[in-house]
Design a protein around this ligand. Structure first.
Ligand SMILES: [Zn+2]
Length: 102
């Protein structure tokens, strides 16, 4: 039985297109493909700081989906939290903030 690796004519990374000796089948940016080690570790030129921070953001969003956070990522009070948890919101925010963001 042929493996996925054997069907590939060229060993180039699906992310940075760099030809490398070792590719690893993995899911990167929600896409299954074969990637070089630097891409998988977030160190390649293409998967640079900007992309890495996007990955971290989506990870965090996935983890927080079930929990409404008192603060939004930009640090402002989360109106969803205030409307869902009005009692707890009083512990987090001033009356002024509650009126402004509720
Ligand atoms: Zn790569």
């Amino acid at each position: 039985m042929r493996t996925l690796e054997e069907t590939r004519p060229k060993m180039d990374c699906d992310n940075c297109k760099e030809e490398v000796k070792h590719l690893k089948g993995a899911v990167l940016n929600n896409t299954f493909g074969f990637y070089c080690t630097p891409c998988l570790s977030g160190e390649s030129r293409q998967a640079g700081a900007h992309q890495a921070s996007e990955i971290r953001t989506s990870d965090r969003d996935a983890h927080q989906r079930d929990i409404i956070q008192p603060y939004k990522p930009d640090g402002t009070p989360n109106s969803e939290f205030i409307s869902e948890y009005p009692d707890q919101a009083k512990d987090y925010f001033s009356q002024e903030q509650l009126e402004k963001y509720a």
